[in-house]
Design a protein around this ligand. Sequence first.
Ligand SMILES: [Zn+2]
Length: 416
Amino acid sequence: MDLLDPVLQSYPWGSRTHLADITGVASPTAKPWAELWFGAHPLASATVDGKALDSVIAADPVAALGARAASESEKLPFLLKLLAADEPLSLQAHPTLAEAQEGFHRENAQGIPPTAHFRNYRDDNHKPELIVALTQFDALAGFRPVERTKQMFEEFGVPELEHYLGLLDSVDDESSLRALFTTWLTLPQDVLDELVEATAKRCAEYGGDDPEYRLVAETTCELARKYPGDPGVLGSMLLNRLRLMPGEAIFLGAGQLHAYLGGMGVEIMANSDNVLRGGLTSKHVDVVELLRVLCFEPLEAPVLHGRVDGEGWSNFDTPANEFSLASTRVESGESVDFGRDSATIVLVTEGKVTLSSGSQTLDVPCGHAAWIPAAQASNIQLRAEPQENQSSVAAQEAADTARATGAQVFVATVPR
Ligand SMILES: [Zn+2]
């Protein structure tokens, strides 16, 4: 086992403080820090002792992943991230495995270079993803049930939209949402310019007290300011507007439309980069392809809570075969024992821990992670240590809290 040095991704929507503060780096940073990748993605592999994790795994897949996981794939099937957003990400969805395979081969056959900006499918994998909030975390995820959406637009009172909202009276929620969303995303630009502006104006005037509608109104105004005339502004109003508290999560299966709006979280996903965008971005948008993969069935209960087991672990159960994620909190000076039968990454999100396996021990500071190959993962002891020598005021404050509450860790592995 060893420290896993992540790859920093600096995207414009990132935060200049969140990731720096959690890793103990002086903040604000010069560039926005969006994501730290703790994984073995071929284009951005984290490193162990100076070596790329993907090549460490390739050199001895059975020792790294365990016999069971290595017999299915000789690559790490998941990608673990720390993500911090100060601004909204694009409106997006990810394909099913079959759609990704078909799309990847289709674009290859068309001779589209793998790194072309207009390429939709960069690999042949699906990308189920789970995000667990570390701070208050704002997001749009999955379509809202139609009755609630109709009530919302009634309360907002946007006469300019009335003509379109009739489409919500189709035979069922799924066809209603498909009809309305498709119509909005394919309207001529001059119509969109007017509709988005008029809608934002009504939202700014909303004085009702439904907590979700208030957030929708706020978000719509913000998005319309950033992306005037973007059909994604209207489309986003059809989605569940969520405000997660720390420890709450969202799982997004194939075809679920979503956009993260702000906050910091731990994210885990199948090792893929296939994104179909529906707006709210300067990146490539392919509406036809997005509409092909979108799931229009409303997402009724989008917030996922960890299932707490007898040992106090919060288990974030999802249908994904590529990853399993659990978290726990350990009081200062206390230890917990646990074991996994495949490659394991331990990410520390509060406090500082010491890991022991056999005769080896490893200190893992806040915001850092340990790579534990399967051969060493069956019997791990994790001890929460008090923190010292903080480099910034914010980190010192975090340390003071940690001294009182101990450490928090996330453990990612390949599910059985
Ligand atoms: Zn996504």
